[in-house]
Design a protein around this ligand. Structure first.
Ligand code: 6PG
Ligand code: NI
Length: 182
């Protein structure tokens, strides 16, 4: 019996073929998420902050399906607040997710519906379970690209509005070279 090549290869942040979606987030797409608005306005709005390459084998909203994505966040900060993802609850709020670190250093920031915040370090090989009803955001605290993989149910969806409106209850700031959740 012939042993086939895998249908897809994921290597060095590359994932190709049908069903693969790439989205990029520039600073101008992240207006309002960083505290220091003046620092934000003084930066180039075209600065690339992160990109997400997702393999979406079934239609969004399908029950019982699973998605896979790799997020890469560039190093940088806005007034000392590290470059980070927008952050979201899932639209189907009880949907869970796995994250795992591939390269670089960062912090996964989590917040429940009571706005209690906690965080976990991310590094190559770090593994994270995100329970349902918990908002999630990742910040790159290192000097290199931070890349992590994620897998989530295809019916989870994204609710960005809640975070856009009220943010997270804590921010990850560089204080004298130390990442501090305040
Ligand atoms: C998801 C994952 C993950 C996330 C990206 C970008 O539910 O799809 O949590 O793929 O979307 O890391 O983060 P934002 O979606 O918060 O911009
Ligand atoms: Ni998610």
């Amino acid at each position: 019996t012939i042993i086939n090549e895998p249908k897809r290869v994921f290597r060095d942040d590359h994932l190709g073929g049908e069903g693969v979606d790439k989205s990029i987030r520039k600073l101008k797409d992240l207006r309002g998420i960083f505290k220091d608005e003046r620092a934000f306005e003084n930066m180039d709005p075209e600065t690339l902050v992160y990109e997400v390459i997702s393999y979406l084998p079934v239609k969004e909203g399908t029950q019982g399906g699973v998605y896979f994505g790799v997020t890469s966040i560039f190093p940088g900060s806005v007034g000392g607040e590290y470059f980070m993802t927008k952050g979201h609850f899932h639209a189907m709020i009880d949907r869970t997710e796995f994250y795992w670190g591939i390269k670089g250093e960062g912090v996964l920031i989590l917040m429940d519906e009571q706005r209690r915040v906690w965080a976990e370090k991310m590094f190559p090989g770090s593994f994270h379970y995100i329970p349902g009803r918990v908002a999630h955001r990742v910040a790159n605290t290192g000097k290199e690209l931070l890349s992590f993989a994620a897998s989530w149910p295809s019916d989870a969806g994204h609710n960005y509005e809640e975070i856009a409106r009220n943010g997270f209850a804590k921010r990850l700031i560089d204080i004298n070279g130390v990442a501090s959740l305040i």
